[in-house]
Design a protein around this ligand. Sequence first.
Ligand code: SAM
Length: 243
Amino acid sequence: THFGFRDVPIAEKQHLVGQVFTSVARNYDLMNDLMSFGVHRLWKRFFVATSGVRAGDRVLDLAGGTGDIAALLLPVVGATGQIVIGDINAAMLRVGRDRLLDRGLLQGLAFQQMNAEALPFADASFDAVTIAFGLRNVTDKDAALREMRRVLKPGGRALVLEFSRVTQDWLRPLYDLHSFKVLPRLGRLFAHDADSYQYLAESIRKHPDQATLKAMMENAGLESVSVHNLSAGIVAIHRGYKL
Ligand code: SAM
């Protein structure tokens, strides 16, 4: 088979498959660290620290498979709050679940497979909806933004953390060099997968810039939409309210 353990007994096979996903998750962290020089951790921390989420809030973290954002949000919502991690990919959800379990962080957490374009929740279910490095991967972004608004309670906030457009001209050549030359090489070296990282760089370039995403959020009915650039616009936080 693909993993090369065709004749292995079933229990051992499950164990091996587990190891495969563990190594994917480990690679995923390593690659994020290498690609961003570890800064993605700071971006995520800043995202949650400025989210305005409060104790007792019910939060939906979309594309939350790895559990990174949920782990940061948990101490904020506290014992009276709740976090639902939604991701389209069951394997990613399993990886996130295992990692949070290892850290003893499962209380107040729910994992649910879902497509951001069609959320399985009633209107006005959440105080906040977050999506970190996920909107870029969603096919129908307008539908996802409309759905985020729909499931928000009045006064609730939609928060998007995503790669965006570098605002400093001098930084652009360096950034391009990093994305199109360094990234695929790191991918080949550490993840044995240059193509995925080439794709990653291209998907970042295709993603709507700050002003475009802001307009998309407004078109989805979100109000008082604001943009906050991090690291000279390499990433940006967009925030909008359901009023
Ligand atoms: N939020 C995490 C983080 O910041 O580390 C994970 C980001 S990961 C780059 C992107 C995630 O988006 C993947 O887990 C993928 O399965 C998920 N995803 C892609 N399309 C989706 C969709 N339409 N609905 C929900 N999740 C989706």
